[in-house]
Design a protein around this ligand. Structure first.
Ligand code: NOJ
Ligand code: CA
Length: 697
């Protein structure tokens, strides 16, 4: 930068300083619903958000704490700004809806430090009518000697930033005298990754939270904070500070800093969803996908959204074992039984856990014994893959790493090649160890331990994903890093865990309570698909019952979206519930359109989805521990068309605690002008297929 320009900036900064806070740039959403204003207050940058003229986010800090060169938040001057309007629609290869509209206004504002070292960054806001995202973009350093950015005067400006933290804040507005917003959240920086029960507390009682975190203000405004496109960066935790402010705290790296990046780079998008209702909040999650870059893999039609069964629930019930021995689950004979069951009932996949060496002994948090290219002697993988192929079924791979992530990277390419040869085109990965225990091998061979959501782990997942894509393999990550919409760019990252799934129903300690899924819909599910593994029609874990009714197990297939859904129970259990099992067999996993018809965070949710490329609609409704009667107008159906509603509902007297098997399957003709009355039992649910009748020829 020329000296003259720097002087101008300095003068501008002084002028702004004298006038106190000044709005230096602003942008509105396309429909004028949201407005973002950028302020400079004595050279300190902040942003705020208004909705329909009312404050939602009060002036909140932006900036960085950088190692070596200190905080980057003051003495800033605006050097340029530009806006842009985008209205485009793109097609998902698979998803909750086929077409996604990206309609936003963008503001790019460039800031320069008016004192040495004269660092620069852009802040880019994309503002939709139902939320926004912003990110920092740090340009390449100046090369000219004496220019700002040339910290040591040599002309070699710092080529990298070591970020000790982001200073990004979200100051939630609260009008004087009004009750505090309610927050639904799980703790971050604790041992169990993302697997906690959602807490509902006043905002002031939030500690350090993972995102998405969902808030509801006293007058019903719904907010969710998350991030999009988390790549080569640390996951953002949110720490509540001073009343109603949430401040970014990035997951640490083993080196002690949070992030290290060469310039130029940009951060993930920090996202805020803002809507009038819980239902609209779910819908607004499209902005997370919109903020991710388009598909880089090209044609991914080789990935087929599908349902799978597998040798899994028995392991969690402890009737079979991952380890070899008399109760080993992954035997050739047992797997053949599952393959035949899958083929007989139209399931594409058969997951087998415990198929490879490494499970004998202490594998939890120690995955050095895992071999991903060899099967145990009792598992004839070649013969089983051939049998599966003959029956039109695919084995689903399982790569539990026990968090020995570098050890896994050594083998993954060979393992994926073997998988591809055997027709195994989906692999479930796993990272079971306490949070902060991901094992990274350093160049000198020593092991460092990383967080599941630190920068190194973000890059690890990226390496796995790209290696898998080279072999046309889709990945389903358990104990993952959170979902930030990268499936748009790499559509082979199809689903993941990242919350308490059905397995907690097997273990207890404590089991998932009836409100769990109604919490998930409006928190975890805002971030993307989840491999929850529903469909436990036996409703029985190890020593305790699962806290849902039978009908609710069916509803979960519609309510909790995933392009891979497991029918998680044992074949012999399904044999006892064939009327209910029919719904699991028929329900699709890929959708043309999705509508959240009704819901309240943590209380209930009603979701309708239309089969992709089909005419039928499916509805799922779940409630918490309270029974409910909900009226659902069927406006989403095609007008003038007759449908047969195949209703799977809680029977009379059903209750998750003492009458969970009370279940009714019935059919009736409906049209779009009808209203369905859903009666949900305490802990219950309902699943409906609307089968379009063929019009008379
Ligand atoms: C935890 C996963 O969530 C579960 O599905 C799997 O069976 C075990 N880890 C073993 O890998
Ligand atoms: Ca898990």
């Amino acid at each position: 930068m020329h000296l003259r320009l720097l002087t101008t900036l300095l003068l501008a900064a002084c002028a702004i300083g004298a006038a106190h806070a000044a709005t230096v740039a602003s942008v509105e959403s396309p429909g004028g619903v949201l407005r973002v204003e950028l302020d400079l207050h004595e050279g300190r940058l902040g942003y705020r958000v208004l909705r329909l003229g009312e404050p939602v986010i009060d002036t909140s800090a932006l900036g960085f704490m950088l190692r070596g060169s200190g905080r980057l938040e003051r003495n800033l001057a605006l050097s340029a700004q530009a806006t842009r309007h985008v209205d485009s629609t793109w097609e998902q290869p698979w998803g909750e809806r086929r077409f996604v509209r990206d309609h936003h206004n963008e503001l790019r504002a460039s800031f320069t430090e008016t004192i040495a070292p004269g660092r620069r960054f852009d802040i880019v806001f994309r503002v939709f009518d139902d939320g926004l995202g912003f990110r920092y973009e740090v340009p390449a350093p100046h090369a000219a000697a004496g220019a700002p950015g040339d910290a040591d005067g040599t002309g070699a400006a710092a080529p990298e930033w070591i970020i000790d933290d982001e200073l990004t804040e979200f100051a939630i507005h609260r009008a004087e005298g009004t009750p505090p917003p309610t927050a639904w959240w799980i703790p971050a920086g604790e041992w169990n990754r993302y697997e906690y029960l959602y807490q509902r507390t006043p905002l002031a009682e939030v500690g350090m939270a993972h995102t998405p975190i969902t808030l509801r203000t006293h007058d019903g405004l719904h907010l969710a904070f998350h991030e999009a496109a988390l790549l080569d960066y640390s996951g953002m935790w949110l720490r509540r500070v001073e009343g109603g402010r949430l401040r970014a705290q990035l997951a640490p790296a083993s080196e002690g800093w949070k992030v290290k990046r060469r310039l130029p780079f940009h951060t993930p998008w920090r996202t805020v969803q803002i809507t009038d209702s819980a239902a609209a909040l779910y819908r607004s999650s499209d902005l997370i996908l919109n903020l991710n870059a388009p598909n880089r893999l090209g044609d991914v039609s080789w990935f087929e959204p599908a349902k799978y069964v597998g040798i899994w629930w028995s392991l969690h019930l402890e009737t079979e074992t991952w380890a070899t021995g008399p109760r080993h689950g992954a035997t050739t004979r047992n797997t053949r039984r599952y393959i035949d069951f899958a083929a007989d009932h139209g399931f594409r996949g058969v997951l087998v856990e415990g198929w490879n060496p490494g499970w004998d002994g202490q594998w939890f948090g120690n995955g050095y014994g895992f071999d991903f290219t060899r099967a145990t002697p009792g598992f004839d993988i070649e013969a089983l893959a051939a049998h599966a192929r003959r029956r039109g079924v695919h084995l689903v791979g399982h790569h539990e790493t026990g968090c020995a992530a570098s050890h896994y990277e050594d083998q993954m390419d060979a393992a994926f090649a073997m998988n591809a040869r055997l027709g195994i085109d989906v692999v479930k990965t796993g990272y079971v160890c306490d949070a902060g225990g991901m094992e990274r091998r350093l160049p000198d061979g020593r092991i460092a331990r990383e967080w599941h959501d630190g920068q190194w782990s973000s890059n690890h997942h990226q390496r796995v994903l790209e290696a898998a894509a080279r072999h046309r393999i889709a990945i389903n990550t358990h104990e993952p890093i959170k979902d930030t919409g990268l499936r748009r760019t790499w559509p082979n990252w199809v689903t993941r865990e990242g919350a308490r799934g059905m397995e907690y129903g097997a273990w207890g300690q404590p089991p998932n309570p009836p409100e769990h899924e109604a919490n998930l819909v409006f928190t975890r599910m805002l971030s993307g698909p989840m491999d929850f593994t529903p469909g436990i029609l036996s409703l029985q874990g190890r020593g305790q019952a699962i806290q849902t009714t039978l009908a609710k197990q069916l509803a979960l297939y519609v309510v909790l979206y995933s392009p891979l859904q497991m029918a998680a129970d044992l074949p012999e259990h399904y044999a006892r519930h064939m009327d209910a099992f029919g719904f699991i067999r028929d329900v699709p996993v890929d959708w043309e359109e999705t509508r959240v018809l009704d819901g309240e965070v943590g209380d209930f949710a009603v979701i309708a989805r239309q089969e992709r490329g089909g005419e039928d609609w499916y509805l799922g409704a779940v409630t918490d521990e309270h029974g409910r009667v909900l009226e659902v107008p069927l406006h989403f159906l095609a007008p003038g068309r007759r449908y047969i509603a195949e209703v799977h509902r809680d029977g009379k007297g059903a209750h998750w605690r003492d009458a969970p098997f009370e279940f009714v399957r019935e059919e009736r003709a409906v049209t779009a002008s009808d209203t369905l009355v859903l009666t949900l039992a305490p802990g219950g649910g309902q699943a409906v297929r609307f089968r379009a009748e063929r019009p008379a020829p």
